[in-house]
Design a protein around this ligand. Structure first.
Ligand SMILES: Nc1nc2c(ncn2[C@@H]2O[C@H](COP(=O)(O)OP(=O)(O)OP(=O)(O)O)[C@@H](O)[C@H]2O)c(=O)[nH]1
Ligand SMILES: [Zn+2]
Length: 348
C-alpha cells in the first residue's frame, strides 16, 4: 500500500535534517545534517556516504563504477577521516577547488541500488544536494521507493480553476491552473487565441525565477517567454505551459549552486554533473497530462530542444511539427547557448 502523504513527510524531514528510511534503508541528508545530528544518527561511526555516480566521477571515486549514470548511486565506505566536514566536501561541489579531498576513499558495491536511487530522486525533489549518510538509527519517517514514484505521478494532476487573464501581447488569454494533492507546485497554462481546427502552437516553458522575474541575462528564458506569447498569438491560437520545473528540475537553490560553479568556469552541463544531477532532470509527463486535460493530443511545439520533443512524445503527445524558438544571444548567455548547441543537441 502506498501512502500518498509519505513522500511529502519525507521531504519535510529531509529539509529539517531528520533521518528517513526508504525501503528500510536509513538515510540522513548531508546538506541539512550537522555534526550533532550525525552523531545521533551514527553512534558507531560506521554509516557510509551515498552520492551519485556523476558526483563520484567528478571526485575520481568512480574506479569501481561501470558508467557515470547520474541516477546510479555510489556508496563511499566510512573511513576514520570521513567526518561531517569531509562528508560535506563529498556532497558540495562548491568546495571542490578550495578543499582538496582528504581520502583515500573506497567505494562499495550496492547490494540493492533501488532504495539508494530513490533517495537521490527524493533529494532532487526536496531541492537538496543528492548526498546522504546511510545506515544509522533514530528514523521516524519510513517510506518506500514506490511512495516517491507516486509523488511524481503526473496522472494525479487535476485542473483546479480557470479565469480570463489579459496579458501583454495577448489580451484574450485565459489562465488555467493545475495541481496535485502531493505537491505544492501549481503549474499553469495560458490559452491564447481561439481554436481553429489546427493543432495548437505550444510552448513548454520551465520556470526560471532569475530569467522570468529578475531579467537575468545568463540564460534566454525571459525573452523566450515573451516571444512565445507573441508567436502563439501570431499563429492564431495555442498554449503556453508554465511548468514549475526550476533549473531543469533541480530547484532554485541547486540551480544557483550550478551558477556558482559556472562562476568557477564550468559550463551548464558539467555544473549539473558536479552537483550529482542529470543534465536535464525534467519529466515532461506533467506537460502531457496538462495538454490531455485541455483536450489536446497533437501539438506544434515551439522549441530548439529535441529532448523536449522526444519527452513529450514519450508521454503520449504527438508533436506534428517542431517550430524553432531562437532568440539572439547577449554577451552573458553566449556560452550557455553554445553549450546547448554543442553538448545537449539543441538545434540553434
Ligand atoms: N540546472 C540549470 N538550469 C538552468 C540553467 N540555465 C537555465 N536553466 C533552467 O533551464 C530551464 C529553461 O529551459 P528551457 O527554456 O525549457 O530551454 P531548453 O530545454 O534549452 O529548450 P528550448 O528553450 O525549448 O529550446 C529553466 O528551468 C531554467 O531555470 C543552468 O545553468 N543550470
Ligand atoms: Zn533561465
Amino acid at each position: 500500500m502506498t501512502d500518498p502523504r509519505a513522500a511529502a513527510r519525507a521531504i519535510d524531514a529531509l529539509r529539517r535534517g531528520w533521518p528517513v528510511a526508504i525501503d528500510g534503508v536509513a538515510l540522513l541528508a548531508i546538506e541539512t545534517a550537522d555534526a550533532g545530528r550525525l552523531k545521533a544518527f551514527d553512534r558507531t561511526e560506521q554509516a557510509a556516504v551515498l552520492i551519485s555516480s556523476g558526483r563520484a566521477a567528478t571526485l575520481k571515486l568512480a574506479n569501481q563504477i561501470e558508467a557515470a549514470d547520474p541516477d546510479q548511486p555510489v556508496l563511499v565506505d566510512r573511513a576514520p577521516w570521513l567526518d561531517f566536514a569531509a562528508a560535506t566536501a563529498l556532497a558540495d561541489p562548491s568546495l571542490d577547488l578550495a578543499t582538496p579531498l582528504k581520502g583515500p576513499y573506497r567505494t562499495l558495491p550496492l547490494a540493492d541500488p533501488a532504495p539508494a536511487a530513490a533517495a537521490l530522486r527524493l533529494a532532487r525533489i526536496a531541492g537538496l544536494l543528492p548526498a546522504f549518510f546511510v545506515g544509522g538509527i533514530g528514523v521516524e519517517v519510513a517510506i518506500t521507493a514506490v511512495d516517491i514514484d507516486s509523488h511524481e505521478d503526473a496522472t494525479r494532476l487535476q485542473l483546479a480553476t480557470r479565469a480570463r487573464l489579459p496579458v501583454e501581447g495577448a489580451e484574450d488569454a485565459e489562465i488555467v491552473a493545475f495541481r496535485s494533492p502531493e505537491s505544492a507546485d501549481e503549474h499553469v497554462a495560458l490559452l491564447i487565441g481561439q481554436p481553429d481546427g489546427n493543432p495548437p502552437l505550444v510552448r513548454l516553458h520551465s520556470e526560471c525565477l532569475t530569467g522570468d522575474v529578475l531579467g537575468s541575462l545568463k540564460c534566454d528564458c525571459g525573452p523566450q517567454l515573451t516571444a512565445a506569447i507573441q508567436a502563439i498569438k501570431a499563429s492564431g491560437w495555442g498554449i503556453l505551459l508554465y511548468l514549475r520545473q526550476e533549473g531543469r528540475g533541480i530547484g532554485l537553490v541547486n540551480k544557483l549552486r550550478a551558477y556558482a560553479l559556472q562562476d568557477q568556469g564550468f559550463d551548464t552541463v558539467d555544473a549539473n554533473t558536479r552537483l550529482g544531477f542529470a543534465v536535464d532532470a525534467r519529466d515532461f509527463g506533467v506537460a502531457a497530462r496538462m495538454l490531455d486535460l485541455l483536450g489536446q493530443r497533437g501539438v506544434r511545439l515551439l522549441t530548439n530542444n529535441p529532448t523536449k520533443v522526444a519527452g513529450l512524445e514519450a508521454a503520449g503527445v504527438a508533436v506534428v511539427e517542431r517550430v524553432p524558438h531562437f532568440l539572439p544571444p547577449n554577451p552573458h548567455n553566449e556560452r550557455y547557448l553554445a553549450t546547448k548547441r554543442d553538448r545537449t543537441g539543441h538545434q540553434l
